[in-house]
Design a protein around this ligand. Structure first.
Ligand code: RNT
Ligand code: ZN
Length: 418
């Protein structure tokens, strides 16, 4: 049987419950998902500073073939993007700058990112950006924007300012709004005596960083909260409550919810509609924590599904920016991108194939029996066939055949990197 024949059946099953599969496919294809470049090189960047990865995050695994240069990283991204249907953006960090000499992060300029911009323009994709406040000698104390040392704090404020200028440049070059996401590692291992002063310093630093105004079509800012990191188990300055307060007071700046940044029993899916009444837009960092903020490759699991059902049921897809954030060095890194990104888009598709209005009507009428019966039935509707059709329209394999392409690329390119 061909995909087209199977799809006819699936289309009819969904039509019978009032769901337009064509509209769902179109929506998934048009919704940008930001693919993080740092999966490709275990979050190393191109500065060669000898600090290793710091900031309380960690990539584990020694799978061969890690990208070592900008050209290798972009070639690997090209390979991954050729197997990911729909609209993608690519998310880069400041320490992926290109320069033949050392450049301090506080004086980075758009010129250090022209190769990324050219590459993205050629492919018609957007770029997102992140200042890098870790893996640097000036973050060795564990504090950056919240540091009590004026010189350190000043350096990182300048980095924040430089990053926004670069983000605006990338947005302008690509013609697609660049999301500039700020995450700092600041925090400590034991409870501090004064937990307020660092937060007051961070507040002031943010106000300075966000003072310059840029064209909103080029640049959109966000701040990412966190509960703990390795070495900052007891206290993190930029916590959820801190940034929720900040973004509620500064509606131009988005709140970033990373799915690995909460207690293991807390779920981002349960937080989205609590934030949406107060915040115009959110940024998601889709990740998969196992027991801690382990940044495993995103799987098609209950929480991923719940996140996208929440967004779609709330009618908030245009207010939630979707980005990926994980890093696994234990498997083929191109495959890791493809697996996590395809899963994210699959979860969005599944959520869009639900007759939300009917379910809401049943709920409003107090028919909790129908609500339970129907949502359970819809879980096993032939969604996989709709996914196959979506991929076929993009000229990509719907099933696991994509792995063959990754294997060939691995043999021809990545395996030669020794
Ligand atoms: C760290 C944050 C942050 C980083 C990336 C590299 O806990 O999740 O988003 O993972 O910026
Ligand atoms: Zn994150």
């Amino acid at each position: 049987m061909t995909t087209a024949q199977a799809y006819e059946y699936a289309r009819e099953r969904y039509a019978a419950i009032g769901v337009d599969t064509e509209a769902a496919i179109a929506k998934v294809l048009a919704t940008p998902v930001s693919v993080h470049c740092w999966q490709g090189d275990d979050v190393r960047g191109f500065e060669a500073l000898d600090t290793g990865l710091t900031g309380g995050i960690m990539s584990t695994g020694e799978y061969p073939g890690r990208a070592r240069t900008p050209d290798e990283l972009r070639a690997d991204l090209d390979q991954a993007l050729s197997l990911i249907p729909g609209t993608s953006k690519v998310n880069i960090h400041a320490f992926y700058r290109e320069s033949d000499r050392a450049v301090e992060r506080n004086v980075l300029e758009p010129e250090h990112f022209t190769a990324w911009a050219d590459w993205a323009v050629e492919r018609g994709i957007g770029l997102d950006f992140n200042p890098s406040f870790f893996s640097h000698p000036k973050s060795a104390s564990g504090y950056t924007l919240a540091s009590a040392d004026d010189g350190i704090r000043r350096y990182w404020i300048e980095h924040g300012l430089a990053s926004r200028k670069i983000g605006a440049y990338l947005g302008k070059r690509t013609g697609k709004r660049c999301v500039n996401n700020l995450w700092i590692p600041d925090g400590c291992k034991e409870r501090p005596i004064d937990s307020l002063a660092p937060r007051m310093r961070l507040l002031e630093a943010l106000n300075e960083i966000y003072a310059p105004k840029y064209c909103p079509n080029c640049l959109k800012d966000s701040v990412e909260s966190k509960l703990f990191g390795i070495g900052s188990e007891a206290y993190v300055v930029g916590s959820h409550e801190f940034y929720l307060g900040y973004t509620a007071q500064h509606p131009d700046v988005m709140l970033t919810l990373d799915t690995g940044h909460f207690h293991p029993t807390e779920l981002v899916s349960a937080k989205l509609t609590a934030c949406l009444p107060f915040l115009p837009e959110l940024l998601l960092h889709v990740s998969r924590p196992i027991r801690w903020d382990s940044d495993h490759v995103v799987a098609f699991d209950d929480e991923l599904s719940a996140i996208f059902h929440e967004i779609v049921r709330a009618g908030a897809l245009d207010r939630v920016n979707i980005a990926l954030d994980y890093f696994d060095g234990s498997v083929n890194r191109v495959a890791a991108w493809v697996i996590g990104t395809r899963n994210t888009k699959k979860a969005l598709l599944a959520a869009l194939l639900e007759p939300v209005d009917d379910l809401k009507a049943a709920e409003l009428a107090g028919d909790t029996t129908a609500r339970l019966a129907l949502t359970e039935e819809y879980k096993t509707f032939p969604f996989g066939i709709v996914w196959d059709m979506l991929c076929e329209r993009e000229g990509m394999p719907g099933g696991a055949e994509w792995l063959g392409a990754v294997r060939s690329y691995e043999a021809a390119v990545a395996a030669q990197r020794t």
